[in-house]
Design a protein around this ligand. Structure first.
Ligand code: S3P
Length: 175
């Protein structure tokens, strides 16, 4: 029997570096890369802020779970997940069935410095992104902490974080 290679799945709060580090890991491992938010945008044909605005967060979470059901299947890809994917425990369970989960962490200060000037995250669009980051992080802290493999990203380059992810996951680049 041929077993499909497990995915490498990056979880963690907005601005933890899942997409940038995921692209770096995919290059190093010679694997395909997929970002769940980008996949949803391509499927619906609209950017995430517009999906939130027109359909609401609850509808976005349904699309996210549909994406997990499809993309969580083990095919050996590197998968970057939206920060809120952990809010649904079924998502985490599905992703764990098909892959190795690694949670990237960052302090609220690091997150604010990385994403405070960006405009494509509807949850941080209010006039106090720093306060929202702290509140959401606190709300979700236990969900992120429950993931056994953790990599702190503060003060590290994407390449350094990628190397740490390889170390904790036990994966080695080919060749
Ligand atoms: C969200 C994170 C975003 C995106 C959406 C909601 C969240 O993804 O899925 O804006 O609830 O944390 P990133 O973590 O890639 O920014």
């Amino acid at each position: 029997m041929v077993t499909a290679p497990r995915n490498l799945v990056l979880l963690g709060f907005m601005g933890a570096g899942k997409t940038t580090v995921g692209e770096c890991l995919a290059r190093r491992l010679g694997r395909p890369f997929l970002d769940i938010d980008h996949w949803i945008e391509a499927k619906i044909g609209k950017p995430i802020p517009q999906i939130f605005q027109e359909r609401g967060e609850a509808a976005f979470r349904v699309l996210e779970s549909e994406a997990v059901a499809y993309l969580g299947a083990p095919t050996g890809k590197v998968l970057a997940c939206g920060g809120g994917i952990v809010k649904n425990s079924e998502n985490v369970q599905r992703l764990a069935e098909g892959g190795i989960l690694v949670c990237l962490s960052a302090t609220p200060e690091t997150v604010l410095a990385r994403v405070g000037h960006q405009r494509h995250r509807p949850l941080l669009a209010g006039d106090d992104p720093g306060g929202t980051i702290r509140r959401l992080m606190e709300e979700r802290a236990a969900l992120y902490r429950a993931i056994p493999l953790q990599v702190a990203t503060d003060g590290k380059s994407p390449e350094q974080v990628a190397a740490d992810v390889l170390a904790v996951s036990g994966l080695t680049p080919p060749g």
